[in-house]
Design a protein around this ligand. Structure first.
Ligand SMILES: Cc1cc2nc3c(=O)[nH]c(=O)nc-3n(C[C@H](O)[C@H](O)[C@H](O)COP(=O)(O)OP(=O)(O)OC[C@H]3O[C@@H](n4cnc5c(N)ncnc54)[C@H](O)[C@@H]3O)c2cc1C
Length: 496
């Protein structure tokens, strides 16, 4: 009996080995392509366990998948793909009293947002992909978004995880408590937690490696080990997240700067006005709706947003902001009602789509250095260096992102016109490699991270060790071994 027939015998959900389905699941939003053996759509916990047992018996890997919007290949596998969006997509409980929502991993963030809004609540992390990405994917990548400055990433909201170990055993983790196996896995780390934490990047958001630094202090939060774990430690069955009251008043300001460096120079001063978002949009990734009215070529915009309880704060904020951007920046738009604010945000959230439109013909963008973060104190210096590299290698590029967090999304654009096969021409490949090493070296020098929110995946896993050191990395390896001794779960991501 082959694997398909074996699984079919007891599966409540669906399984497919059809080639067009395997084609579809061979790609995500990265440039990688890996063909899975089978694609499964589990209906419940029992189906997850059945998939794992079958994978173990047949030496196949298992990768979970939400919407497949990851940018580094972390939802791809040559074994079984478990897609949670078809059946395991329910909101299980909304507890207004305790301020939590419990969901299955395949719930789409945009759908959850709509349900929460009816109760005047929200789950703050807001990736630009919110209309289609799932909560399981967000937790696994430790996603955030434009409001990561004021609200942090999803790790901050993770309240409880119910999960399945790779051998089919059930586990759970919430504030202060977890199942006995997880307790045993984490116990060797307790005595060295401070030393470990001291080697973590000095940044406000981080999705690189495993977030051991967030498990023990200030209180024991074993559930945090799953944030940014990319499906390599366990499979989520359900997730409980903290939710907040929607802000009462909001103001969004669009501030024009003559170039990216000037915008970065003013960012620290702007942060002193306590915004919840400071987002950069360079001319190269602006859509026409915003470009026409506000910006000259080479210019850029900062999207700066404030939330408050009282309306009379609006004019104070306006004055404060004006002072903080003087004389380099100029307010070119502002909005204070939700419809106008959302309309303006659309242009910022569309940045990646605009970036992709830059790659017509032989032009290709490369995602490897696209999610670095450094502390605000190093931001301007870092961007000076980054732009000098683009200049040195004569590369076009796009740049935008969460400058308030020191987190820039930038991609070099390479022209591959001499190579009909679609692979990178060797000269171009060498340039890309140099650009990557030189950028990352600077990031390490500033104790930054190579990924603030998008994750490591296939592309960045080889560099994780350099963000930390052998000491920390040895704990990442032993953590993975304790959770998943047969290396079934998403192998090749996080630890090679
Ligand atoms: C246009 C665009 C804009 C984006 N903007 C942002 C942004 O602003 N901020 C940001 O942080 N990211 C952004 N991203 C990246 C991406 O959308 C997010 O990381 C998103 O949260 C991934 O969700 P997903 O459902 O697509 O997950 P997938 O890509 O399907 O999977 C992500 C990871 O989650 C794991 N996983 C899924 N389900 C489970 C489960 N049940 N158990 C264990 N592991 C599981 C997978 O194995 C994989 O490792 C963007 C991507 C695109 C394409």
């Amino acid at each position: 009996m082959d694997v398909y027939d074996e699984l079919k015998l007891s599966y409540s959900g669906d399984i497919s080995n059809e080639s067009w389905i395997r084609d579809y699941y061979s790609v995500d939003s990265s440039y990688h392509q890996i063909y899975p053996e089978l694609v499964c759509f589990p209906k419940d916990k029992t189906d997850i366990v059945t998939s794992l047992n079958c994978a173990s018996k047949n030496a196949l890997s298992v990768a979970c998948r939400g919407a497949g919007t990851s940018l580094l290949g972390q939802s791809l596998s040559n074994g079984l793909i478990l897609d949670f969006t078809k059946y395991m997509n329910k909101i299980l409980d909304l507890d207004i009293q305790s301020g939590t929502v419990t969901v299955q991993p395949g719930v789409v963030k945009g759908i959850l947002d709509k349900e929460l809004k009816k109760q005047n609540k929200f789950l703050p992390p807001d990736p630009a992909s919110s209309n289609y990405c799932t909560i399981g994917g967000m937790v696994s990548n430790n996603s955030s978004g434009p409001h990561g400055l004021g609200y942090g990433s999803v790790l901050k909201y993770l309240d409880r995880v119910d999960f399945i170990y790779s051998n089919g055993e059930e586990g759970f983790a919430e504030n202060g408590v977890c199942d006995s196996r997880l307790k045993k896995i984490l116990s060797p780390i307790i005595s060295i937690q401070d030393k470990l934490a001291s080697y973590y990047p000095d940044v406000s958001k981080n999705s690189c490696g495993y977030r051991l630094d967030s498990v023990f202090a200030p209180e024991f939060k074993p559930q945090n080990i799953f944030a940014a774990s990319e499906g390599t430690l366990s499979i989520f069955d359900s997730l409980r997240l903290k939710i907040l009251d929607l802000p009462i008043f909001r103001s969004l300001f669009l501030v024009y700067f003559s170039d990216v460096l000037s915008a970065c120079l003013y960012t620290k001063k702007i942060l002193s006005t306590v915004p919840v978002a400071v987002e950069l949009l360079d001319y190269s990734v602006m859509d026409s709706s915003i470009k026409l009215n506000t910006v000259n070529e080479n210019g850029c915009l900062l999207f700066i947003e404030y939330f408050y309880q009282f309306r009379d704060k609006i004019s104070d904020t306006h004055d404060l902001l004006k002072r903080s951007i003087y004389p380099g920046g100029k307010i070119v738009e502002h909005a204070h009602d939700i419809v106008s604010i959302n309309k303006l945000w659309h242009s910022r959230k569309n940045a990646l789509n605009m970036a992709i439109k830059n790659t017509v013909g032989n032009r290709r963008q490369f995602t490897i250095i696209e999610d670095t973060a450094v502390s605000i104190d190093h931001l301007h210096e870092y961007v000076v260096y980054l732009l000098s590299l683009y200049n040195k290698y004569d590369l076009q590029y796009v740049i935008y992102g969460h400058v308030g967090n020191g987190n820039l999304h930038t991609r070099p654009i390479l022209d591959n016109h001499n190579n009909s096969e679609g692979d990178l021409h060797s000269k171009q490949a060498r340039i890309l490699q140099k650009m990557t090493y030189e950028t990352f070296r600077k990031v390490f020098e500033y104790r930054g991270t190579i990924t603030a929110e998008h994750g490591d995946g296939i592309t960045r896993t080889p560099f994780i060790k350099n963000v930390y050191n052998n000491f920390v990395y040895s704990y990442f390896s032993s953590l993975k071994k304790s959770f998943d001794p047969l290396n079934l779960l998403n192998p090749g991501k996080k630890v090679p």
